[in-house]
Design a protein around this ligand. Structure first.
Ligand SMILES: [Zn+2]
Length: 395
C-alpha cells in the first residue's frame, strides 16, 4: 500500500495543474473553464474566485454532471492549497472528464498572488431557518435558494390557479411575484381561490393576494398589476419575468400569453380546469411546441365554454396550480424534466393521470417553420370569448 505522500507524488505527476496567474488570464480573456471550488461550505463562505461553482468534495462525483454536462469541457478544480483538488481532479478523470486541471496553490495561492476574489452571497440567518428544507436538498442547496430569491414569476390571474401557484411560490421564496388581475374578490370565488378570504369580498384581488403572499413570506415582493392583459400591454407586462404561469380561464388571454411569450422567449406554464378534469403543460422558453400547435386558432364564440357557467370542483385548481408552481421551480432551478411536449391530464373522479405527447406543428402560425417570432402579431380576441369579458372571472 502506498503512503499518502507517495500517492500525492504520483498524482502530481499525472495531474495537470494550472497556476493562479494563468487561470486569471484565461478568465480575463473570455476562455471560461468551469471553475469548481471543492472546499467545505465553511471555507467557501470565507471567499471564492469570482464565477466559481461550489461543490463540496464529498458530493463532487454526484453533482458534477449537472454543473458540467460536457465531459470534454475545460474544468479547473481548486481547494485551499491544491491537495484536495488534485484528488478531485483524479475522480473527475475517472468519470471521463478529459480536460481537468487542478489549481496549484489553491485559493490561498490565488489570494497571495493578489488576484480578485469575492465573498459568496449567503442567506441571512432567518432565511437559513426558513428555507432549510430546501437547502438540505442537494439539488437545491443554498445556491438554488439564492436563485429562487432572485427569480421573478408572473401569475396571469389571482384566481383558482393563481392562488395555489403563487402561494407555494411565495412560500418557496421566489423573490418577485407579479400578479395580474383586474377583478375584485367575490363570494363565489372563495370555494377555490384560497388567496382570498371572506373578509376581503369586494377588495381588489391583487391587493388581497399581496396581503396573503407577504403574510406567508415577507421576502417576497409582489408586483400588483390591476389590469387586463391586452395586446397593448402584454409584452411590457411579461418582459421583466423569468417564467409565466397562465391561470387564465379564457381563450383570448391564452392566445395572447402564448404569442407574447413566444416573442419574448419566456416559458409559459399552462393549465386549464373543467368540472373534474385538469390539464397542464409547459410551453418552453424556446417556444416549441406552443399553445397554437394544439389549438391553431380560437373556437367560435358560441362553442367556447365560459368558466362562469362551467363549474369546477373547488380542489381541482389547487392540484393543477400546485403542479404549475412545481414546474416553475424546476424551470427556475434547471431541475428534472418539465412538461414541455407533454400534456398531463388529471381526472379527479377516476383519480388518474394520463399523459399525451405534444408535437411541434411545422405549420404552427407562431412557432412553425420559417416563422419570425419577433414579428408575431398580438391579437385581442375579445370578440371570440363567450361569457364574461376576458380577465373578469378567473377560474
Ligand atoms: Zn406552435
Amino acid at each position: 500500500m502506498p503512503t499518502f505522500d507517495a500517492l500525492l507524488r504520483d498524482l502530481r505527476v499525472k495531474t495537470s495543474e494550472i497556476d493562479a496567474a494563468t487561470l486569471s488570464t484565461e478568465l480575463a480573456n473570455g476562455k471560461h473553464p468551469a471553475v469548481i471550488d471543492v472546499r467545505e461550505a465553511d471555507e467557501h463562505v470565507q471567499g471564492m474566485i469570482p464565477g466559481t461553482v461550489h461543490i463540496v468534495r464529498g458530493f463532487l462525483e454526484q453533482r458534477i454532471e449537472r454543473a458540467v454536462p460536457d465531459r470534454e469541457a475545460p474544468v479547473v478544480v481548486y481547494c485551499a492549497s491544491g491537495t484536495r483538488s488534485m484528488l478531485a481532479a483524479r475522480s473527475l478523470a475517472e468519470l471521463g472528464y478529459t480536460n481537468v486541471r487542478s489549481l496549484a496553490g489553491g485559493f490561498t495561492g490565488w489570494k497571495r498572488a493578489g488576484l480578485p476574489w469575492e465573498q459568496p452571497r449567503a442567506l441571512r440567518a432567518d432565511q437559513e431557518a426558513r428555507y432549510s428544507r430546501h437547502t438540505l436538498i442537494p439539488e437545491v442547496g443554498i445556491a438554488g435558494q439564492l436563485k429562487l430569491l432572485e427569480s421573478k414569476v408572473l401569475c396571469i390571474g389571482a384566481g383558482g390557479l393563481g392562488s395555489p401557484s403563487s402561494m407555494y411560490l411565495a412560500a418557496a421564496g421566489v423573490g418577485t411575484l407579479g400578479m395580474i388581475d383586474d377583478d375584485v374578490v367575490d363570494a363565489s370565488n372563495l370555494q377555490r381561490q384560497i388567496l382570498h378570504g371572506t373578509d376581503r369580498v369586494g377588495v381588489p384581488k391583487v391587493d388581497s393576494a399581496e396581503t396573503t403572499l407577504r403574510g406567508l413570506n415577507p421576502d417576497v415582493k409582489v408586483d400588483k398589476h390591476r389590469t387586463r392583459i391586452t395586446a397593448a400591454n402584454a409584452l411590457e407586462l411579461i418582459a421583466p419575468y423569468d417564467v409565466v404561469i397562465d391561470g387564465a380561464d379564457n381563450f383570448a388571454t391564452r392566445y395572447l400569453v402564448n404569442d407574447s411569450a413566444l416573442r419574448l422567449g419566456k416559458p409559459v406554464i399552462h393549465a386549464s380546469i373543467f368540472r373534474f378534469e385538469g390539464q397542464i403543460t409547459v410551453f418552453p422558453g424556446n417556444g416549441s411546441p406552443c399553445y397554437r400547435c394544439l389549438y391553431p386558432s380560437p373556437p367560435p364564440a358560441e362553442e367556447a365554454p365560459s368558466c362562469a357557467e362551467a363549474g369546477v370542483l373547488g380542489v381541482l385548481p389547487g392540484i393543477m396550480g400546485v403542479l404549475q408552481a412545481t414546474e416553475a421551480i424546476k424551470i427556475l432551478l434547471g431541475l428534472g424534466n418539465t412538461l414541455a411536449g407533454r400534456l398531463l391530464v388529471y381526472d379527479a373522479l377516476a383519480t388518474k393521470f394520463r399523459e399525451l405527447k405534444l408535437r411541434r406543428d411545422p405549420k404552427c402560425p407562431t412557432c412553425g417553420d420559417g416563422v419570425d417570432r419577433s414579428a408575431i402579431p398580438l391579437i385581442d380576441y375579445e370578440q371570440f370569448c363567450a361569457g364574461p369579458a376576458p380577465g373578469r372571472s378567473k377560474h
